[in-house]
Design a protein around this ligand. Structure first.
Ligand SMILES: Nc1nc2c(ncn2[C@@H]2O[C@H](COP(=O)(O)OP(=O)(O)OP(=O)(O)O)[C@@H](O)[C@H]2O)c(=O)[nH]1
Ligand SMILES: [Mg+2]
Length: 299
């Protein structure tokens, strides 16, 4: 009999939610970076093993509204809490438990079983250091399970998968069994590009970036090889940011483009020609029309 479960992945910024999603699915579908607020929308990852289909929803890690974009990100988190069978609260075990975890648990209000995934345990030299951390986080609420993991090293991820499978209920599968994400190919490409910019740039610049894929099509060369041509526009918020993104003699843009192209080639298994342009959209994070155009609206 077919079974399925919907599971939301929540937690404070930078806890490792997207890293966990990627580790569970075994494919890099969500952008990961060392900067908080990497994820901006809900990202669905699908894992189908035999009769069981698990649908995981990665969410933005944000709780405070700062501008129109962050308001949409909060709506994305809230909407991920509807009609779920379980939740995974991801926490950085190196950090003290805090207000952000409490606020997220309050949103769930004990409606579904919650697995606490204490992430980044690879950073502990001595595993005994984990004991007080587990105790502190456990006191935040009542968890169905507490699992120390390392999403980075793929440690404990199978335990999470096994526990979650237990929450699957008889139901038809919602996705074709060979699908592993709901993200359209263009979104995957734009997120790969944004991820590279997040890692390479500093301060506010990368947070004000949106990437739009204008063209994406294959062409055959004379010697029979197929090439994927992609044209993408990087939108930023200020003229001064544009210069920073392009960099001295175009070095920054060139680096980001090369790193992104390598990832795109790996993901789609096709030689790729990636062209990047940079344009300014003054204060787009506060403009509803532009937020919608960039696919980040939650109304
Ligand atoms: N050492 C270590 N680093 C990790 C682990 N998991 C994630 N990270 C790192 O933590 C940073 C944040 O990871 P993300 O997966 O982007 O975190 P997130 O919770 O999705 O962040 P937002 O989308 O901004 O809310 C990245 O630099 C990851 O490489 C882990 O198990 N160990
Ligand atoms: Mg994320």
């Amino acid at each position: 009999m077919q079974k399925s479960a919907f599971i939301t992945i929540i937690g404070r910024p930078n806890a490792g939610k997207s890293s966990l999603l990627n580790a569970i699915i075994g494919e890099k579908i969500a952008a990961v970076s060392s900067k908080p607020q990497t994820t901006r929308t809900k990202i669905t990852g699908v894992l189908t093993e035999g009769e069981t289909q698990l649908v995981f929803i990665d969410t933005p890690g944000i709780l405070k509204e700062r501008d129109r974009l962050s308001a949409h990100m909060i709506k994305a988190i809230d909407s991920s809490l509807d009609s779920i069978d379980a939740a995974i609260l991801v926490a950085d075990a190196q950090k003290r438990a805090g207000e952000q975890e409490r606020a997220l648990l309050a949103k769930l209000s004990g409606s579904v079983p919650i697995i606490l995934a204490l992430n980044k345990v690879d950073l502990f030299e001595n595993k005994e250091e984990l004991i007080p951390v587990i105790a502190e986080y456990s006191s935040l609420g009542s968890f169905a399970e507490v699992v120390p993991i390392s999403a980075l090293k793929n440690d404990g991820v199978d335990i999470i998968k096994g526990l979650i499978s237990g929450y699957a209920k008889p139901s038809p599968h919602y996705f074709p069994d060979d699908r592993f994400t709901d993200q359209p190919e263009r979104v995957i490409v734009s997120e790969i590009i944004r991820e590279k910019l997040l890692e390479l740039l500093s301060d506010e610049v990368p947070h004000g970036i949106a990437v739009d894929i204008e063209t994406m099509e294959e062409h055959d060369t004379k010697n029979g090889e197929t090439i994927l041509d992609i044209g993408a526009v990087i939108y930023c918020e200020k003229e001064s940011h544009k210069g920073i993104i392009i960099g001295k003699r175009g070095e920054m843009l060139k680096n980001a483009g090369r790193l992104a192209r390598e990832d795109i080639e790996r993901f789609f298994m096709i030689r790729t020609n990636l062209q990047l342009w940079v344009k300014v959209k003054e204060g787009w994070r506060n403009r509803e029309g532009l937020i919608k155009n960039f696919g980040l609206s939650f109304d």
